[in-house]
Design a protein around this ligand. Structure first.
Ligand code: 5MM
Length: 340
């Protein structure tokens, strides 16, 4: 393992003013996104949609440091035969690959899941590296409900994340470590805070035990927010202060950067929270975005599967990418949204 080279890629992924586009929706997840805009979930439609995003030159070049791809996309060509991965690299962004095989029921733990995908991972990574992937992603799902999460499920997911991260580093690929504490439910922000701290602490202990070099990873956590059905959402200020405090208490300073998931927050909420954290500052890591829905909901809606809507979709993507770029350096203002 060449740690200096891994660290260089990790640092590039969290370059101030840039962030990561999570375009790695599996076929089932993109189905839900396409259903919402009335588009049939075919391989060509998936290709056309992703191609229009990767060809949006201005936002790709200026605001996007890396793109997480689903395996199909990494090996897919644009309509003119150019590999999609080449479009990303030519825009100066690092191509990445989601290598987990999804969250499956965890035997003995009703209502909880374990993320699978370790079998054959070294061989897959070798092929993905040859195709241009320089980082990978693995998402562990932690649900909050009555009596959940259990310690057994947290431990099993943290262990799998650490095994994945160690395998990636041996293949000279930067692992994005994504433990997602879900927003679903009516829990308050206090509960999310408590669970997020326990999960992060456990993940870093497992990373240590599996000898993962923290300088060569990027952490992709949830922000500390209250459940979707909690009734009264917390203020932007409270989310920002609690998230920073939870991370300061559990994430070592050797980690180059934090790239948050949006997790079902609205586009503007996710941007406002990221911006507030960067305005507060006083933490040792870069803090940026690795948003899926919060970057793509607007362009997907603008596109709606129609060729003539491609420029509008690219403008919608450019706008959200620029807003999040500003948030990653604490320079976003709500008025910019209204102006656009
Ligand atoms: C883009 O969505 C990613 C893939 O989801 P599935 O594996 O369920 O198809 C997802 O892992 C994503 O990278 C993160 O959840 C962050 O995305 P959001 O939309 O929460 O910012």
């Amino acid at each position: 393992m060449n740690l200096a080279a891994l660290n260089e890629i990790a640092e590039k992924m969290v370059t101030p003013g840039k962030g990561i586009l999570a375009a790695d929706e599996s076929t089932g997840t993109i189905q839900k996104r396409f259903d919402a805009i009335g588009v049939e979930n075919t391989e060509q439609n998936r290709r056309d949609y992703r191609e229009l995003i990767f060809r949006a030159a201005e936002p790709m070049r200026n605001y996007i440091s890396g793109v997480i791809l689903f395996e199909e996309t990494l090996y897919q060509d644009a309509a003119d035969g150019t590999p999609l991965v080449k479009l990303i690299a030519e825009a100066g962004a690092a191509p990445g690959i989601k290598v987990d095989k999804g969250a499956k029921p965890l035997p003995g733990f009703p209502g909880e899941t374990i993320t699978e995908g370790l079998d054959g991972l070294p061989q897959r990574l070798e092929k993905d590296y040859a195709r241009g992937a320089r980082f990978a992603k693995w998402r562990a799902v932690i649900d909050i409900a009555d009596g959940l999460p259990t310690w057994g499920a947290i431990k099993a997911n943290a262990h799998a994340l650490a095994r994945y991260a160690a395998i990636c580093q041996a293949a000279q690929i930067v692992p994005i470590v994504e433990p997602e504490v879900m927003m679903d439910g009516a829990h308050d922000i206090e509960r999310c805070d408590e669970v997020t701290r326990l999960v992060l602490m456990t993940v870093f202990r497992e990373l240590f035990e599996q000898r993962v070099a923290l300088e060569g990873i990027v952490l992709k956590p949830n922000m500390v927010v209250c459940g979707k059905d909690c009734g009264k959402p917390a203020s932007v200020d409270e989310v920002a202060h609690r998230t920073i405090a939870a991370l300061k208490a559990t994430v070592p300073a050797a980690v180059p950067g934090i790239a948050y998931l949006s997790g079902g927050q609205s586009d503007e909420e996710a941007t406002a929270h990221l911006d507030a954290m960067n305005k507060i500052g006083g933490f040792p890591w870069k803090m940026t975005f690795s948003f899926g829905r919060a970057l793509q909901a607007a362009p997907q809606k603008a596109w709606s599967g129609e060729r003539q809507n491609v420029p509008a979709a690219q403008r919608a993507f450019a706008h959200r990418a620029r807003m999040n770029s500003l948030a990653s350096i604490g320079q976003w203002e709500g008025a910019l949204e209204a102006a656009a």
